[in-house]
Ligand binder design. Sequence first.
Ligand code: C5P
Length: 327
Amino acid sequence: MVTAVPSGFVVQAPAKLNLFLEVLARRDDGYHELETLLVAIDISDTIHFSPAEKGPIELRCETAAGRAARERAAGLPGGWMGDVPGGDQNLVVRALSRLRDEAGIRAGGTIELTKRIPAAAGLGGASSDAAAALMAAHDAWGLRWSRHDLADLSAHLGSDIPFFFGTGAAVGRGRGERLEWLTIPAAMHVVVARPPVGLRTAEVYRACSPARAPVGVAPVVDALERGRWDQVAQRLWNRLEPAAERLTPWMGRMRGAMERAGCLGCQMTGSGTSWFGICRHAGHAQRVAARLRNAGLGYVVTATTRTGSPPRAHGASATEGGPHANH
Ligand code: C5P
């Protein structure tokens, strides 16, 4: 949802978890054919975009103040946040440059990105930031594209980005960009933990062998749609997990810590390095999180899945909260 504020446009960019990820085949274009189940969770970065009539697209990035202070107060080691690339290296800047080129306009602007989602963590932070920035710049620049057209453009920049134009849960096929949206009856409580190391997505895929006998996504989708979190927990699956375990000893440690912390089930998300545990309710999630913090893991948060909606097929703008400013 894009909100107009006096200085520009603001969008929240949620993180995601992969409850299921099967690698079906290696493709000729270097990507892998996937079947995955993605859910958005309520840990979000914030994108604030201030448009300019012309000029560069600039990025300012900061760690959310409260978050950094809390981590310091808890005496946690640095590095849980990972490195966020600056300038043209950042996916957000590349996405807006591409939108500007495709739209044939000269507009520019400044993106202020407030990070709460750790990077290189399998949580989709960079992809979600890019989707949010595209929605903000689209409205700020007064374009009239459908959300579907924006999502199509974004798929060229990253396989996970189209998911973030909706807000709930979806099965992803192809590279992960072909989405079938799901309706989830209620929010599921989870604990998310990221060790003080990250992994590069491409490296993890390289270390992974596609399935000889693929596991299907249908049973976990069925459990999720019926709100049976215990069954979701039993049916978690991620083919990238053994590959990531070979690349860093932290994955084995995470598995041990998550299992001892007493959640219903646990798994690495995406290409790692974050893990999540499924919990019965908020109180259970708080207890699991406390145990993981005592075990000395750097970044541990509780979260809930979002029961949102797919992107709307029509209607160029989803702006709320006032007149379009600064065109
Ligand atoms: O699509 P994205 O840019 O996020 O992918 C990063 C890298 O992850 C790709 O360059 C590729 O090496 C790997 N990847 C893959 N198969 C996918 C998605 C990503 O091999 N379906």
